[in-house]
Design a protein around this ligand. Structure first.
Ligand SMILES: NC(=O)c1ccc[n+]([C@@H]2O[C@H](COP(=O)([O-])OP(=O)(O)OC[C@H]3O[C@@H](n4cnc5c(N)ncnc54)[C@H](O)[C@@H]3O)[C@@H](O)[C@H]2O)c1
Length: 281
């Protein structure tokens, strides 16, 4: 898909990978709509990108709420007269498989999985009708292999990879000019390790748990050692313009994780995410 003059909608666009991708697509001549739950960073991202020349709209949107995502699509249609790309990117991280309260699992799954489902339901029928469009879903290396301390996150990202693969096959069968990509990065320098900032207030005491604190300390180190979000944005634009499904910014780690998992299935040693190349590829 050519980017110029198309309308690109990005969830979680006020920070990190979403913000870098908004900047990337705006500089390629797209109209950009960013949705985010955090209003102050959303407003400052819009002002910043507008001052850089972007044609941009910001919409307050909680991706776990279906009507918010429908509202995001409708805002894009009314502001720019179209919608051609949905980047289902908003996400949060929390929760080992052992000892995480159900309400925290629910929060992670609602944002990371329901958010993607809501984006697909709001945008794909429109793309099919106009016979043009592209969906990008943000998975993770944690959607390709297990990692201790990240049970809820891994569950959500495995789901995103599964939904994306299924959507790929269904779109192929439809014969329409609508594509899908799944982004599975290793570590990227963003605010993902501070996801608790968007937790519902009644869950925030969970972050005082010593086990959760130590997981957050490790997460802070590896996220800060990761790649620049602008490099992810470049890979995303390339995938959209070449209609490529897998976006593996840390290809070595992604392929080794998958190969070792296959060996495990065939009776080899147990394995999780291969961390070789998971920060810097
Ligand atoms: N940073 C990494 O190392 C890494 C690696 C793999 C995958 N990811 C994924 O990348 C995506 C983007 O995260 P990031 O790393 O840029 O982190 P980030 O925290 O910098 O950005 C995430 C954005 O999502 C927004 N958000 C959170 N909950 C929301 C909700 N309910 N509705 C709408 N917006 C919401 C946040 O306000 C924030 O602006 C996430 O899906 C994350 O899981 C990140």
């Amino acid at each position: 898909m050519e980017i110029r003059d198309k309308t690109v909608v990005i969830t979680g666009g006020a920070s990190g990978i979403g913000l870098a991708t908004a900047r990337q697509f705006a500089s390629s001549g797209a109209n950009v709509v960013i949705g985010d739950i955090e209003e102050a960073p959303l407003n400052s991202a819009v002002s910043q990108l507008r001052s850089e020349g972007a044609k941009i709209l910001g919409v307050r949107c909680d991706v776990s709420v279906e009507s918010d995502v429908v509202g995001l699509r409708d805002a894009a249609l009314s502001e720019f007269g179209g919608a051609h790309l949905i980047f289902n990117n908003a996400g949060v991280a929390a929760g080992p498989a052992i000892g995480t309260p159900k309400a925290v699992w629910d929060w992670v799954l609602r944002v990371n999985v329901d958010g993607v489902i809501n984006g697909i339901n709001a945008f794909v029928p429109h793309f099919l009708e106009q016979n043009e469009g592209h969906v990008i879903n943000t998975g993770s290396l944690a959607g390709l292999g297990g990692v201790p301390g990240m049970g809820a996150y891994c569950a959500s990202k495995f789901a995103v990879v599964g939904i994306s693969e299924t959507l790929f096959h269904e779109l192929l069968l439809s014969g329409k000019n609508v594509g899908v990509s799944v982004l599975c990065p290793g570590f990227v320098r963003t605010r993902i390790h501070e996801s608790y900032r968007n937790m519902p207030n009644q869950l925030k005491s969970y972050n005082e748990d010593p086990m959760v604190r130590s997981i957050n300390e490790i997460a802070t180190k590896v996220v800060n050692a990761g790649i620049d979000a602008a490099d992810v944005a470049t890979a995303i634009e390339h995938a959209v313009t070449t209609n490529q499904f897998w976006i593996l910014t840390h290809e070595r780690a992604a392929l080794r994780t998958t190969e070792q998992r296959l060996e495990w299935m065939k009776g080899g040693p147990a394995t999780g995410i291969n961390l070789d190349g998971a920060t810097q590829p």
